[in-house]
Structures are given as structure tokens and as C-alpha cells.
Ligand binder design. Structure first.
Ligand SMILES: [Zn+2]
Length: 312
């Protein structure tokens, strides 16, 4: 068997793709749902969402662990700068993934997500240009109506929320862990799309991306209490059940919690798509904070408009 170093040398210009297509397709077979499909399993794999492909003006993608140059617990495609991986590796991983999804890294907008609900409307001014790096601070949600801007957000169990308004040609990407979900990050994002860009909520298509499922997501009483303050009794019955009465442990369904709040916000039920892929159940394909006990890289969600914005 080759060592990682040998493999890297051997592949050289071939960018260090180590895991074979067959292995990746096997993992995908276990993870896949009807909402998603996988592209480029033989090089840098990309998870795509049918709901956005149907719109015809959105290039949206979600990364896996494969197709990058990182090693150890960051292998292979870590897109997190703050995980302890080398910055050079992370930048190379961005370059590889962006090449695979057809986006120039110069137009990426990255922020440091802080589990709050600040949302920024961004333009070409906010893109990272020459060097891939975070250009925004304290921001968990990004919105744009610009074509030459690609919104990038990082995950490893937290919920990615992607939005596209095909009428006003506006897209958004929000990071919602349990704190963001309880603080109604999704609702705040669509409210801002409406206020700032004149979006009609019934037009907005939403995708709830790969993240932790209810079976894998045990939470304690403080989390349950935070949700009970924000959701009705009927909704609580839909999103949470007590799995251990003695220790006061609950299983929380972040996918349903986000879907319910988007419906409450005014989105049509048929416009809310739950990708249904669990990062923790599929921790060999995807980075999972829970499954790895924190020793992991980051996945990224990317969304960009491919058609020109309407003339103002
Ligand atoms: Zn799971």
C-alpha cells in the first residue's frame, strides 16, 4: 500500500485525487436521496440539488470529503481555514472544488460564521478577489442579486439553507445550527430578501442542505427550552421527542424545524426542499462534527447565479 506522501508525489499535477470513483459511488449510494445527485465522482465530487437545476439560472453545489489535497482528519477536501489544516491546502481545495463546479475563486464571498443571525447583502466589492479568504466578519447569512458573486458557507452537521428567487433573480445562503435555527435564521433571511430586494416570498425556492438528521442529533434540556420558546406545542411535537427521560435528552429534527419556520415565513410548502442527506450517518462521505468528535474539516455550500440579473 502506498503512503499518503507517495500518493501525493505520484499524482503530482493530478492534484492528489486519492479515493477512487467506485469507493465514492458506494458511499453516495448509501447517502443519496431523490432531491440530490452527484457529479464528477471521478475527480472532485459535487452534490447538486434538482430544485435549483430546474430554475436554470442557479449554480449551487455542496462539497464532500473527496477530491482535495488535505490529509489526516482533514482528508481530503477540507474547506475550513480555522480547523488546523494548512492554509495552502485549504486554498488548493477551494481552487479544485471551484474548478469542478465551474466557478472562479476570485468571485467567492466568505464570512466567518459565528452562530448568530447577522445577514449581509453582498456585491462584487465583497468578493475575495486574488486570494481565497474570509472578507466578512460576524456574518452567518449572505444575499446577493449580482451575477459575479458566489456565496460560500461552511458546515459539518449545521444546516445549510439555500434560497433562490427566480423572479427577482436574488440568491441567499444561510448557516443555521441549532442556535441559528432557534433564532429563526431562515425566516430572517427571507424577510431580508423581501425588504431589501423586493422578493415575493411565494416565489422563493429553498433547499435545506446536507446536515445532521434527527436520529443522530441528541440535544440537552437547554436546547429543548430554546426551541420551546420559538415553536408552538404542535410544532414541537413535530420536531422533537424525548429519548431519555432520566437524563433529559431529546432528539431534534433541524430539517423539519427549518422547514416549518420557512412555511411560517410565507414560503410555499412545495418550494421547500429537504435534501435529506445526513452528515453524521454518512461521515465517511461528509465531514460530521458529532461523528468525528470535532476532529474534522469543513464542507462548503456554494451558490451563484449564472444568468444576468434583470435590467433595473
Ligand atoms: Zn443521521
Amino acid at each position: 500500500m502506498q503512503t499518503l506522501a507517495q500518493e501525493k508525489t505520484l499524482t503530482g499535477q493530478n492534484k492528489g485525487f486519492r479515493t477512487g470513483k467506485d469507493e465514492i459511488l458506494k458511499l453516495w449510494e448509501k447517502a443519496r436521496t431523490e432531491e440530490c445527485y452527484l457529479e464528477h465522482a471521478d475527480s472532485v465530487p459535487i452534490i447538486r440539488f434538482h430544485a435549483f437545476d430546474h430554475l436554470g439560472f442557479v449554480n449551487a453545489a455542496f462539497s464532500t470529503r473527496y477530491g482535495g489535497v488535505s490529509t489526516g482528519c482533514f482528508a481530503e477536501l477540507n474547506l475550513g481555514f480555522d480547523r488546523g489544516d494548512s492554509k495552502e491546502n485549504v486554498r488548493e481545495n477551494y481552487r479544485l472544488f471551484c474548478e469542478s463546479m465551474g466557478v472562479n475563486t476570485e468571485i467567492l464571498v466568505l464570512s466567518d460564521q459565528v452562530h448568530e443571525t447577522e445577514i449581509a447583502a453582498v456585491t462584487e466589492e465583497d468578493t475575495c478577489k486574488g486570494k481565497v479568504k474570509k472578507t466578512l466578519k460576524g456574518i452567518d447569512g449572505l444575499i446577493t442579486d449580482r451575477k459575479n458573486v458566489c456565496l460560500a458557507t461552511s458546515y459539518a452537521d449545521c444546516v445549510p439553507l439555500f434560497f433562490a428567487d427566480p423572479v427577482k433573480k436574488v440568491i441567499a445562503s444561510s448557516h443555521a445550527g441549532w442556535r441559528g435555527t432557534a433564532a429563526k435564521m431562515g425566516q430572517k433571511t427571507v424577510n431580508q430578501m423581501q425588504k431589501q430586494f423586493g422578493c415575493t416570498k411565494q416565489d422563493i425556492i429553498a433547499v435545506i442542505g446536507p446536515s445532521i438528521c434527527q436520529n443522530c442529533y441528541e440535544v440537552s434540556q437547554d436546547v429543548a427550552d430554546a426551541f420551546a420558546k420559538q415553536y408552538t406545542k404542535e410544532q414541537m411535537a413535530e420536531i422533537m421527542f424525548c429519548s431519555n427521560t432520566a437524563e433529559k435528552k431529546y432528539q431534534l429534527d433541524l430539517w423539519q424545524a427549518n422547514a416549518l419556520q420557512l412555511k411560517d415565513a410565507g414560503l410555499l410548502a412545495e418550494h421547500i426542499h429537504i435534501s435529506g442527506i445526513c452528515t453524521c450517518c454518512n461521515s465517511r462521505l461528509l465531514f460530521s462534527h458529532r461523528a468525528s468528535h470535532g476532529k474534522r474539516g469543513n464542507l462548503n455550500g456554494f451558490i451563484q447565479m449564472t444568468a444576468a440579473s434583470p435590467v433595473q
